[in-house]
Design a binder for this molecule. Structure first.
Ligand code: UDP
Length: 311
């Protein structure tokens, strides 16, 4: 198949490109390199089935030939970066999704949207099921991300209803692993990099807030399974193991044998208090559940970051 992956040199996109090439598909990787980096896809550059297009998907683009799938993974997903680039974040979620849907419609390709657990906002339902409508502050600092993804979902289902585009939508819960940037700013990369440097791990607020962390290989497997089933409604993909940030910090320090200590810093505005996916649906329709425990995932990710730090 011919597959377009926007954000293809980013954290998740690069893993997807590698998996699709490994599975024998042809891949067009599109990226504007705001948060993606070429190194993530370096090993694919010489592959005749792989091509790289430098472009911002917020602006329209046409492709010749015949695409079978359009994967829209271009996004600024780290709170640190989306707070820095709120308008670009909104544009990749809204204009980018619109442009991708236009491409999918023209090519009669299937469309795959990377949505997020952030569409549930600071959830009042726990764990979060796909039928929960969410609790989002539409004008708060995180709204550039949350509302762009909510808008992206709305656009996706409008194209499904009005233009008969075949769609898949996943809501990704905190995913981590190799190819995240050292300065990504999200909690797992921050904690691991600090622990490797033996400097303080910064826990925001009192550290009682929770998240559930999925290793990237598990997520990619879930995505590939969803491509192969005819299920068009949103599906949560994440690891339901739930951790307080203080417990995560202690786990990282212990498992990396670090001399770091924990330092408390102010909690960012609208930081969700609890988050954990209900993955009953994914288990049922995909026969999928995460296989990599957080302790192991942290070690694998730390190996990657240790190499990056030496560069
Ligand atoms: N966090 C933290 N220290 C950090 C980075 C993040 O305590 O160095 C907290 C953050 O306040 C949030 C959780 O970790 O409660 C997850 O943050 P992240 O930015 O990874 O993603 P989010 O789930 O908030 O989008």
């Amino acid at each position: 198949m011919n597959i377009l992956v926007t954000g293809g040199s980013g954290f998740l996109g690069s893993h997807l490109c590698k998996r699709f090439i490994k599975d024998g598909h042809s891949v067009i990787c599109l990226d504007n390199f705001i948060t993606g980096k070429k190194e993530n896809i370096e090993e694919l550059l010489e592959n005749p089935k792989f091509s790289l297009v430098e472009h911002d998907i917020s602006n329209p683009i046409c492709f010749g030939g015949k695409l079978d799938w359009v994967f829209h993974f271009a996004s600024i997903a780290s709170p640190v970066f989306y707070l820095k680039y709120p308008i670009k974040t909104l544009k990749s979620g809204l204009n980018g999704t619109h442009n991708c849907l236009g491409i999918a419609k023209m090519h009669k390709a299937k469309f795959f949207l990377a949505s997020t657990s952030e569409i549930y906002g600071d959830p009042l339902v726990h764990p979060q099921t796909e039928d929960y409508w969410g609790n989002v502050n539409s004008i708060g600092p995180r709204s550039c991300y949350d509302e762009s993804k909510r808008g992206a979902e709305a656009l996706t289902y409008a194209y499904m209803r009005s233009h008969d585009v075949d769609v898949r939508v996943i809501r990704i819960f905190n995913t981590y692993g190799p190819n995240m940037q050292l300065d990504d700013g999200r909690v797992v990369s921050n904690f691991i990099v600090s622990a490797l440097k033996n400097i303080d791990l910064t826990v925001y607020g009192d550290g009682d807030q929770t998240r559930s962390f999925c290793y990237v290989d598990d997520l990619i497997e879930g995505i590939c399974r969803l491509m192969n089933v005819d299920y068009k409604q949103p599906v949560n993909l994440g690891n339901p193991g739930e951790y307080k940030m203080t417990d995560l910090a202690e786990m990282v320090i212990k498992s990396l044998g670090s001399r770091s200590k924990i330092r408390f810093e102010p909690l960012p505005q609208d930081d969700p208090k609890r988050r954990k996916p209900d993955i009953t649906l994914a288990k049922k329709i995909l026969g999928w559940q995460p296989a990599i425990p957080v302790e192991l995932g942290i070690k694998k990710t730390a190996e990657y970051f240790a190499k990056e730090l030496k560069k």
